[in-house]
Design a protein around this ligand. Structure first.
Ligand SMILES: Cc1cc2nc3c(=O)[nH]c(=O)nc-3n(C[C@H](O)[C@H](O)[C@H](O)COP(=O)(O)OP(=O)(O)OC[C@H]3O[C@@H](n4cnc5c(N)ncnc54)[C@H](O)[C@@H]3O)c2cc1C
Length: 372
């Protein structure tokens, strides 16, 4: 008997879960239906930086998740033949404003190379060497280059995986749904029962679960970034991503596109309106690195909603007391890095739950979802 599985949310978590449910479905055991509203999706708005190794975060389980997530992204890109404009291992440079901090960062990077090959090679660069890697820059600090760093286009990455899954067992319904008080999917007037439900609704998770007696620790955070065209001053080189100390992240493309951002606006929650002060602030940050950028270079403003938990760690797995409902949420500002691994783990939790160790990557789910 085929099992019916619903996924709510078509961002990076839901899409990767769908991809793995189609891949692991050797015996054609699953019918998978994805419900996606699409509005405000963080995955489509994201900057796209994949470079977790030198993060200042101290949560070891989060680091394991992000480190193995970065490796999984690179594997998925290879196995699904992704083009360079979806996933590009272009390298990342992280700068520091004094020599001691730079040396510490470099030492940390060398230690990380022993744990994972995905980080690639590590180089300490002086300011001129950073500028030669990113000819667009007029000013720079010294930095550390990790050649395994990557940038992805989150929206296209998810679409690519959904297309593969659709050719096997995935059906997509672009509608908003809820979980009703019986733990079924409520689609308009219809209550639909599934063998398993994966909830990957990002910042909307609290809302999705509001009919069940649960307390969910997720808050929404607005993020804005700008896309500039640098064609007038551009050199057409392949360039790494720059994470400059004290400035916004700087993501240059060889076709002249430059993304700068993103903001972390806690008080603005689900608001999707771009704001002129923020655009000015992002433009000013870009201008401190590249002379002559102004409003005329502005091409697009992207706004999305991230999901955060109280301790900034994501949560995933079965919900306590609802064994057929799984969640993956609270991914915060590194969700493109951790999301694919969370999606894969959720799919494996359905297919092969006895052979999967979620606890190497997560704190107890009861820390984030409590029974009322
Ligand atoms: C501006 C910005 C920059 C970022 N930059 C980076 C970065 O450089 N690197 C990095 O690793 N991460 C980055 N992130 C974080 C990353 O984008 C997110 O953590 C990640 O995309 C979250 O994925 P998700 O699948 O959990 O949620 P989302 O991508 O938000 O997807 C959730 C989906 O569920 C849908 N949905 C919600 N409720 C319902 C419902 N009731 N019925 C049907 N559908 C529903 C939504 O419409 C949405 O499509 C950034 C985020 C933002 C906003």
């Amino acid at each position: 008997m085929k099992k019916n599985i619903a996924i709510i949310g078509g961002g990076i978590v839901g899409s990767t879960a769908a991809y793995y449910l189609s891949k692991l479905d050797h015996k054609h055991e699953f019918n998978v239906t994805m419900y996606d509203d699409g509005k405000g999706q963080a995955t489509k708005a994201a900057a796209g930086i994949i470079s977790p190794w030198l993060s200042k975060r101290r949560n070891k389980k989060w680091y394991n998740l992000a480190r193995d997530g970065a490796t999984l992204l690179s594997d998925i890109a290879k196995e699904t033949d992704m083009s360079k404009d979806i996933y590009d291992q272009c390298g990342t440079i992280i700068t520091r404003d004094n020599q001691d901090k730079l040396n510490d960062l470099y030492q940390k990077a060398l230690v990380r190379t022993k744990e994972t090959k995905t980080i690639g090679d590590v180089f300490k660069l002086n300011a001129n060497e950073v500028k030669s890697k990113i000819p667009l820059l007029t000013k720079s600090l010294p930095g550390v280059l990790v050649t395994g760093g990557a940038r992805i286009d989150g929206g296209r990455f998810s679409k690519h995986l959904k297309n593969i899954a659709q050719s096997n067992n995935l059906k997509i319904v672009n509608k908003k749904v809820a979980i009703n008080d019986e733990g079924k999917i409520q689609l308009e007037q219809d209550s639909i029962e599934y063998d398993y439900i994966i909830i990957a609704t990002g910042a909307w998770m609290k809302n999705t679960l509001s009919n069940l007696p649960l307390e969910v620790d997720v808050r929404a955070q607005k993020g804005q970034l700008i896309e500039l065209s640098t064609n007038s001053i551009h050199s057409n080189a392949d360039m790494p991503v720059l994470m400059p100390e004290g400035e916004r992240d700087f993501i240059p493309f060889s076709n002249g596109k430059l993304i700068v951002g993103a903001t972390h606006e806690n008080d603005k929650g689900f608001d999707l309106q771009p704001t002129s002060e923020v655009i000015d602030d992002l433009l000013a940050s870009a201008n401190r690195l590249v002379d002559g950028l102004n409003q005329e270079n502005l091409v697009k403003i992207k706004v999305g909603t991230r999901a955060y938990t109280s301790d900034f760690a994501p949560f995933f797995g079965n919900i306590p007391q609802y064994e057929n409902i799984l969640v993956g949420g609270g991914l915060g500002s590194s969700g493109l890095t951790t999301g694919p691994l969370i999606g894969k783990l959720l799919a494996q939790s359905i297919v092969d739950k006895n052979n999967i160790d979620l606890d190497q990557y997560r704190k107890p789910i009861e820390n984030y979802i409590k029974i009322n």
